[in-house]
Design a protein around this ligand. Structure first.
Ligand SMILES: [Mg+2]
Length: 215
């Protein structure tokens, strides 16, 4: 069974959950914490978990953030068409399983999810912790996307990857053939700049359409 390993924030959805937390709530300390990550003083896991944990809102507020992540129109239909054609869809995310599951449930989609476990509470924000028992555990990112792709390649010769981040998606994207290496946003710009062959895409349904027509 061919496998599409895909990032979630900014790849399956058009927005990043942690960007939306900063943009819409700007919790005290969150931006300073994110600046420490950008300065290399925190791991991505510490930076993302710190921002998510700084959120203070109620269930309605978190619902509004989930709605703002904005999976593109046609994403659910595209995913179902890909699955009907025999593709397995695997999410590999340095974000939190809690909001990924909520969004996929709203779309009535069922994917394999490798992401950091967590939960939401109004007085704790989105509490995200790495799972050291995961076979794909990585201390810096929570999830080792390269390990997810290697495991997929061990199961099937045809593995596609899609992502938007040079930092968290770039190394995993390089493990699949250029024709199945899908990039958008900063990752597409980084690949264009360093000459790494890839297929750029605007929104996630474009990937499904390409795989259904060509792979
Ligand atoms: Mg992303």
């Amino acid at each position: 069974m061919p496998i599409l390993v895909t990032d979630f924030d900014g790849t399956f959805t058009r927005r990043d959950f942690f960007d939306l937390v900063l943009e819409r709530h700007d919790p005290p300390g969150a931006r300073a914490l994110w600046d420490r990550f950008l300065a290399g003083q925190l791991t991505p896991l510490e930076g993302i978990a710190g921002v998510l944990g700084s959120l203070r809102t109620d269930e309605a507020g978190v619902e509004a953030l989930l709605a703002a992540m904005d999976p593109p129109p046609g994403a659910a239909a595209a995913a179902r068409a890909l699955q009907a054609a025999g593709w397995e869809i695997v999410i590999a995310s340095a974000g939190c399983r809690w909001y990924i599951e909520r969004i996929l449930a709203d779309l009535d989609l069922s994917f394999v999810i490798h992401a950091n476990p967590g939960w939401f509470a109004p007085d704790r924000g989105v509490v995200m912790e790495a799972d050291p028992r995961s076979p794909y555990h990585d201390p810096a990112l929570g999830i080792d996307k390269c390990a997810v792709v290697r495991a997929a390649l061990a199961r099937d010769a045809m593995v596609a990857f899609a992502g938007d981040s040079p930092l968290t998606d770039g190394p995993a994207a390089r493990l699949v053939p250029p024709g199945l290496r899908f990039a958008t946003g900063p990752l597409a710009r980084a690949f264009a700049a360093d000459g790494t062959a890839h297929r750029s895409f605007a929104t996630w349904p474009d990937i499904a359409g390409f795989l259904l027509d060509h792979a």
